[in-house]
Design a protein around this ligand. Structure first.
Ligand code: DGP
Length: 128
């Protein structure tokens, strides 16, 4: 197990416990999904492990199950929010360059609008 179950300093751990309110979309014994407070699309849901793991970089081989549960929950959330067929994006911002701001693993499920690629402004192709 990569880290402790609950980190009282962690915003998302506190949401899991109901200490901070959030609009829950889905929950099982492994994961919780709730609406992002600053949505970028009509459907923007964060999918997190119940257990505190700060980032993807902290995942260990014994966390294989939780990694799978997050992906399966994303599929479930896509179904619940009505974007399973229209399409959606699952984004994990990890670390400084990716602008991760909350250090408890979370996948952003974004759907209900057309998106662009790449997910940053400027030239798409970096050579060399
Ligand atoms: P990231 O930048 O990838 O670490 O995304 C963190 C997201 O968390 C960001 O899109 C806004 C969301 N967020 C921050 N604080 C809260 C909160 O208190 N409640 C909810 N529902 N979402 C939050």
């Amino acid at each position: 197990m990569s880290t402790s179950f609950y980190n009282p300093e962690c915003l998302f751990c506190r949401i899991v416990r109901g200490e901070i309110p959030a609009t829950e979309v889905y929950r099982n014994e492994h994961v919780m999904a709730f609406r992002d407070i600053t949505p970028v699309a009509s459907q923007h849901v964060l999918i997190i492990p119940i257990r505190h793991i700060a980032s993807l970089s902290d995942l260990q081989s014994e966390d294989l199950d939780i990694a799978g549960h997050i992906l399966l929950a994303a599929r479930k959330v896509a179904e619940i929010t009505g974007v399973l067929d229209s399409g959606y994006r699952l984004v994990f911002n990890n670390g400084q360059d990716a602008l991760q701001s909350v250090f408890h693993i979370h996948g952003h499920l974004i759907g209900g609008r057309k998106m662009g690629w790449p997910p940053f402004p400027g030239d798409a192709i970096i050579h060399g």
